[in-house]
Design a protein around this ligand. Structure first.
Ligand code: DC
Length: 216
């Protein structure tokens, strides 16, 4: 890995997607939304009539995924998030998606990686790592606004429930992807506007970039 790689990890609806996109625009780096890969596998498996809880079926579907398949708006729905969380627990799925993520990270100019395990598993050597978090109620309200903005009719109480279940599923196993890398800087956005959070993220990345440049 020769380029400047920024890992932005954290739980669902913490603000990491917006922060990752804004950092990408600021530094002119391509952004990978790794959650979209898991969402695509879940939706494609459901469309094919497969079983989300079957590791073998989900792994086989993950091996067919190509970066060009990710534009489908259905991957952004609430149901796709649920399906993603279920297929993401299977080791064959995580292994199949690892190469796609590594190829993205290894682009010569660098990249911004948004996910759960970017700084721990995919790119532990990345020079800049953020772990973005927020209280579950705050995250649920953000996700609810996003989904209603996309035209989905959903109740806030159901989204609070989703977020709590998702946190438990995403962190409830031995190879949990919901752990901050030891060298990640924690950013709690509960009380921050997105502008404030992006500005804080930019300052953290600036410091990491200065260290990275002086070490080369
Ligand atoms: O960030 P998101 O809501 O798009 O993620 C959807 C699900 O995918 C999430 O519940 C957990 C899983 N996921 C993962 O396990 N590892 C990643 N790097 C990204 C997402």
């Amino acid at each position: 890995m020769s380029g400047f790689v920024i890992c932005v990890d954290g739980p669902a609806a913490s603000g990491k997607g917006t922060i990752a996109n804004r950092l990408g625009a600021l530094y002119g780096l391509p952004v990978l939304d790794s959650g979209l890969l898991y969402r695509a596998v879940g939706v494609m498996l459901q469309r094919a009539g497969g079983n989300l809880d079957d590791a073998g079926e989900a792994g086989a579907m993950a091996r067919t995924l190509k970066a060009q398949m990710l534009a489908d708006p259905e991957f952004r729905t609430r149901a796709a998030g649920e399906a993603a969380s279920r297929v993401a627990v299977h080791t064959p799925v995580r292994m199949a998606l690892r190469d796609l993520q590594l190829d993205f990270a290894r682009q010569p100019g660098g990249a911004v990686l948004d996910g759960r395990d970017m700084g721990t598993v995919i790119c532990p050597e990345a020079p800049a790592k953020l772990y973005v978090t927020a209280d579950p109620e705050v995250r649920a309200e953000r996700r609810w606004k996003q989904l209603t903005g996309q035209g989905e009719a959903v109740e806030l109480a159901d989204i609070v429930d989703d977020i709590k279940k998702r946190d438990a599923r995403d962190s409830g196993r031995a190879d949990s992807p919901m752990v901050a890398a030891p060298d990640a800087v924690l950013l709690d956005t509960s009380k921050m506007t997105i502008e404030h959070a992006t500005d804080a993220a930019r300052r953290i990345v600036e410091a990491a970039r200065a260290r990275w440049e002086s070490s080369r």
